[in-house]
Design a protein around this ligand. Sequence first.
Ligand SMILES: [Zn+2]
Length: 171
Amino acid sequence: MITLDEYPLSDFLALIPEESDRHLKKTIVVGNRTYYIKVATDRILTLKKSQVCACCDLKGTTVLIQDNTNGPHFNLYADSGVLMTADHIKPRSLDGASHHTNYQTLCANCNQLKSNMDIDAQQLRMLRTLYLQHLSMGKGKKKAKHLAKQEFAKLQKQKENRFSVEERIRE
Ligand SMILES: [Zn+2]
């Protein structure tokens, strides 16, 4: 990934339309350079709606124009250098729609932790808390993630059992 330019966040937010259109491009001028960049993809619209990670509250503050093999595009980063991403709330691998209602802003770290789990932001925060606990106890990232997911699954199971007991009592 090559960084070509930085672009003001306020200008970035102002040029994004309301409706998604994955083909719409606009001419972006930075100094004496001109770019022709997509401005209405679902990813960009999600980042416009919120620049804050729905899980850990990390805030995207810096817009960069970057290029890999796909041509110049916008990326939003936090001060710490973490990339802000558009996450499929219900994962694509589980038939989650590629529609703006199924997207939320997550930082790359939280997105990676969530991977293809079908969980909401509150559940993801719980998973992250467990993960950070293991990290703070000196576990490696991979091990911490594994243990956190195991504990999380157990907690979810307990919750389900509790609900079914409550339902039975009500009946
Ligand atoms: Zn996050």
